[in-house]
Design a protein around this ligand. Structure first.
Ligand SMILES: Cc1cc2nc3c(=O)[nH]c(=O)nc-3n(C[C@H](O)[C@H](O)[C@H](O)COP(=O)(O)O)c2cc1C
Length: 126
């Protein structure tokens, strides 16, 4: 198992030729989409990638269940801030989540707002 300093897909895949596994710390925060790209490359290379927006919407049932059990939205969205890093609209996405998620009573609509901002800027479904 290797741990530390890995952030590029090709570097992670190259390491798996030598070791059983690759551990990611900071990259999972800075670029969580990397986890999906790695998952596909390692386990389901024949399947197309889902978009960032699709992945985010798949999270909604889990997020709703957490909100219903009293978890604050900001504790969920802090792990999602990097999802659109380096993408058009990524800054607006991050800004909306950062500003609106900490508000008392905020719900999934904040995530939808952030995603809509990306989709408007990208002119298509993200
Ligand atoms: C958000 C975050 C949480 C982490 N939590 C743990 C932890 O619970 N236990 C642990 O041994 N290391 C933890 N680490 C350290 C990582 O496993 C790893 O050793 C370190 O981040 C270096 O790898 P990186 O270059 O991929 O970040 C954490 C790192 C980050 C960024």
């Amino acid at each position: 198992m290797i741990n530390g300093g890995l952030s590029a897909l090709h570097a992670c895949l190259a390491e798996t030729e030598q070791v059983d596994g690759v551990m990611l710390g900071r990259a999972a925060y800075h670029d969580p989409y990397l986890l999906h790209r790695l998952d596909r490359a390692l386990f389901e290379p024949q399947r197309d990638l889902l978009s960032r927006g699709e992945l985010l919407r798949h999270l909604q049932p889990y997020a709703e269940s957490q909100l219903a059990s009293g978890v604050a939205l900001k504790h969920l969205t802090r792990h999602l801030l990097g999802l659109f890093a380096g993408q058009p609209g990524g800054r607006q996405y991050r800004q909306i989540l950062s500003e609106q998620a900490p508000r008392v009573g905020s719900d999934w609509s904040v995530v939808e707002n952030a995603l809509n901002a990306v989709e408007v800027l990208q002119g298509k479904a993200a």
